[in-house]
Ligand binder design. Structure first.
Ligand code: MV4
Length: 451
């Protein structure tokens, strides 16, 4: 049991976690860098500790400094948020060794999912549908690899087992490209990740990115909370996410959701998690599991009415979930627009001081942001400054509400991608729904030639 939580993150998620803590009557401690010292969530916390300069490696990624801050402040639990140390099995272990509660899954689950080969093997064994390809790392012998690639059928993709989120992968369209791709991906993997292993899969040309949210306690309750469509992305950064995914066969989603829940039971998963799938030609293919709360969790909160961060904390306290699968009814449609501080024309990050921050409101509108007039957007971290989430009875209603809300959002001092979102909302393919993961990049390229 704990009543004092240290939030090892920054920005909108630091504020989001703090709100959940407050709703549960828990004390909050935030750690922060020098450049974040005047942030709104820092002032709102019960206690704040500056642990270093702006550099993320010396602050939000500095496990030793965070553990020391927990010790001196008397925190009994650490919430890692997303990014930074959230998926470090080593950090989760260190937190436990310090006698504190890590608000997240067991370190072993994080470790398994961090190794994409081990993750895939565990999921296939649990009956989750996976992308065709072996459940093992590639052998050194290029002749064996050639045979495997031929068996799968070109195009194939070679991925680093220690990668994920789009890092360390290479598409191979024919045998003539295989040796070079293998050598390059292997050397990248050896350099960038502690795990040098690579693996091979069938390359899917035009998939959608559909993910399934799960929530588990240690009392045998394993739930799935519906799916999200995160196909609108650029350079592996999601831009718009929605729940539910338009046009899917509900009976199929139901079966896949149940498989995810069974897999969680099998591996002893606890906390919130996300199964990432590629969806193509009416079938789901597991690629990775995320063992953290995600940026896009609010769309699921809007359709289920659940507070995912609160449930994460409940579960970490050893308490049982108060809901069962039968209680989960996804209602209506929710869409999230990530508000980034970036030049809408060049898409380059824009940093500085926000001089005006006028937030939209009204029925079905939620804004998760740590911004305010006077807030600093440092160049040292990612460019997410807020999220605008719209809910409606139907997708059309959610999009209509989002359109009005985006028109009410006024930001001065930094550039934002709000104009990009407004253009996206007018795009017939987006309005139709069901676009694939390459749609936005192609749309942006076409737009660049239009301007
Ligand atoms: C793939 C794929 C096509 N076929 N795997 C990129 C991020 C990482 N999570 C997995 N990724 C992909 N894996 C096979 N077998 C295409 C991608 C991919 C992608 C996936 C999800 C969201 C955006 C993406 C953007 C480019 C490529």
């Amino acid at each position: 049991m704990f009543d004092k939580v240290l939030i090892a993150n920054r920005g909108e998620i630091a504020l989001r976690i703090q709100r959940a803590c407050r709703a549960m009557g828990l004390q909050t401690i935030v750690i922060h860098s020098e450049i974040d010292r005047d942030a709104r969530y820092v002032a709102l916390a019960d206690q704040a500790l500056c642990i270093g300069p702006a550099s993320a490696s010396r602050t939000y990624l500095n496990a030793a400094a965070i553990l020391l801050a927990a010790e001196v402040s008397g925190a009994q639990a650490i919430h890692p948020g997303y990014g930074f140390l959230s998926e470090s099995a080593e950090f989760a272990d260190q937190v436990a060794q310090a006698g504190l509660t890590f608000i997240g899954p067991p370190a072993d689950c994080i470790r398994t999912m961090g190794d994409k080969v081990a993750a895939k093997r565990a999921m296939r064994e649990a009956g989750v549908p996976c992308v065709p390809g072996p459940d093992s790392a590639l052998p050194d012998d290029p002749v064996e690899v050639r045979a495997t690639a031929r068996q799968i059928g070109y195009p194939v993709i070679i991925k680093a087992a220690g990668g994920g989120g789009g890092r360390g992968m290479r598409v191979v369209r024919g045998e003539h490209e295989l040796d070079d791709a293998l050598t390059l991906t292997r050397s990248e993997a050896a350099q960038a990740f502690t795990n040098a292993a690579v693996y091979i899969e069938k390359f899917l040309e035009k998939p959608r990115h559909i993910e399934i949210q799960v929530l588990c306690d240690q009392h045998g309750n394993h739930l799935w909370l519906g799916e999200r469509d995160c196909s609108l992305q650029r350079r592996n950064q999601k831009v718009v996410e929605e729940a539910s995914a338009p046009g899917l066969d509900r009976a199929l989603v139901e079966r896949v959701g149940q498989r995810c829940v069974e897999a969680c039971r099998r591996i002893g998963y606890r906390g919130a998690g996300t199964f990432e799938f590629l969806y193509q030609d009416g079938a789901f293919f597991f690629i990775e599991m995320n063992t953290r709360v995600q940026v896009e969790h609010p769309v699921t909160e809007m359709t289920t009415g659940l507070d995912i961060v609160k449930e994460q904390i409940r579960v970490a306290r050893g308490e049982p979930l108060l809901i069962s699968q039968a209680d989960i009814a996804c209602s209506g449609h929710a869409v999230e627009f990530r508000i980034n501080a970036e030049d809408p024309a060049t898409l380059a990050p824009s940093s500085g001081t926000v001089s005006r921050w006028d937030v939209p409101g009204g029925i079905g509108i939620r804004v998760d942001s740590h911004m305010a007039a006077g807030a600093i957007v440092p160049r040292h971290y990612d460019s997410l400054i807020g999220k605008l989430i719209a809910h409606g009875k139907t997708r059309e209603e959610a999009l209509a509400r989002a359109r009005i809300a985006l028109s009410e959002l006024r930001v001065d001092g930094v550039l934002t991608n709000v104009p990009l979102h407004q253009e996206i909302l007018n795009d017939p393919t987006f309005r139709q729904g069901g676009y694939d993961i390459h749609y936005l990049e192609r749309w942006i390229t076409a737009r660049a030639t239009r301007i």
